[in-house]
Design a binder for this molecule. Structure first.
Ligand code: ADP
Ligand code: MG
Length: 276
């Protein structure tokens, strides 16, 4: 794919929002695929017991498959659970199985319960440009593990009623983790998802988010698109399912923006349809 500047160090991005259905998983897999298609080496860590990111990437995650549960709870090396994603060079996935549903409780009694993912990532020797962590819709120990492992939080926001509800709680949690466990943690990126520029509500919400978080919000927003929502049932990202669709182009553009920001290069929009 088209080359983009690569980060000097692996960028670990925690995709979090304790609200369900805002586009965390969709954005994780499609941004990861986009970054890989731009030439980066990318690992998706599925940290949601539902395993939706694994499914969307076409990765087997039935209960016998070595998974991120084994890494967190059994201290299994990350390299033993990572699988290559079919059809997209440079893209890898550490799948989640349903076992992970118990991990939130099992972790409580383990040593270094908040930093088990961080340790696993530090011991992983394959070179990577990005790690994207798909978090569950809660602020429990799984999400805390992600926030200890990464420096960057990426918050997808759906341009709907109550979009900002709960955001304060998420930001307070980021502050808590930064204060106690990970001084590098910060919200680097906010992505507006399921954006429908024809409705006044969506543009009002987008304006409100942009006025609060002018630095963090990507200029590229993701349109509501049936092709995006169809792709996971084929075990595909929209990038391979329908490469020319507006959803696909907007995720490629958002990924380009993320990559350029990471190396401090000014971003100029290339596609008029992405709603910026
Ligand atoms: P989360 O991981 O935050 O719970 P998902 O990524 O699973 O959210 O998205 C919730 C639902 O919305 C899914 O059914 C998904 O297919 C759909 N969806 C996400 N983004 C879009 C979009 N841009 N256009 C249309 N449907 C979308
Ligand atoms: Mg999800």
């Amino acid at each position: 794919g088209e080359g983009l500047p690569r980060p000097e160090q692996t960028r670990v991005m925690v995709v979090a929002n304790q609200k369900g259905g805002v586009g965390k998983t969709t954005s994780t897999v499609n941004l990861a695929a986009s970054l890989a298609l731009h030439g980066a080496r990318v690992l998706v860590i599925d940290l949601d017991p539902q395993g939706n990111a694994s499914t969307a990437l076409g990765i087997d995650h039935h209960s016998e498959v070595p998974s991120i549960y084994d890494v967190l709870v059994e201290s299994r090396p990350l390299s033993e659970v990572v699988q290559p994603v079919p059809d997209i060079e440079g893209l890898f996935c550490a799948p989640a199985t349903i076992d992970l549903a118990g991990a939130e409780i099992e972790l409580v009694s383990l040593v270094a319960r908040e930093s088990r993912l961080q340790r696993a990532i530090q011991a992983y020797e394959q070179p990577l440009d990005y790690i994207l962590i798909d978090c569950p819709p809660s602020l429990g120990l799984l999400t805390v593990n992600a926030m200890v492992a990464g420096a960057e939080v990426l918050i997808p926001i759906q341009c709907e009623y109550y979009a900002l509800e709960g955001l304060g709680q998420l930001l307070r949690n980021v502050d808590l983790v930064r204060g106690h466990l990970n001084p590098d943690l910060h919200v680097s990126t906010i992505l507006l998802t399921m954006y429908d520029g024809r409705t006044r509500l969506a543009s009002q919400v987008a304006d409100e988010v942009r006025s609060h978080f002018s630095r963090e919000v990507l200029r590229t927003s993701i349109p509501r698109s049936v092709r995006i929502s169809e792709a996971p049932s084929y075990g595909q990202t929209v990038l391979t399912y329908d490469p020319g669709s507006s959803g696909s182009l907007s995720y490629l553009e958002a990924a380009r923006e993320i990559a350029l920001r990471g190396v401090g290069v000014r971003y100029d929009p290339q596609h008029a349809h992405t709603g910026s």
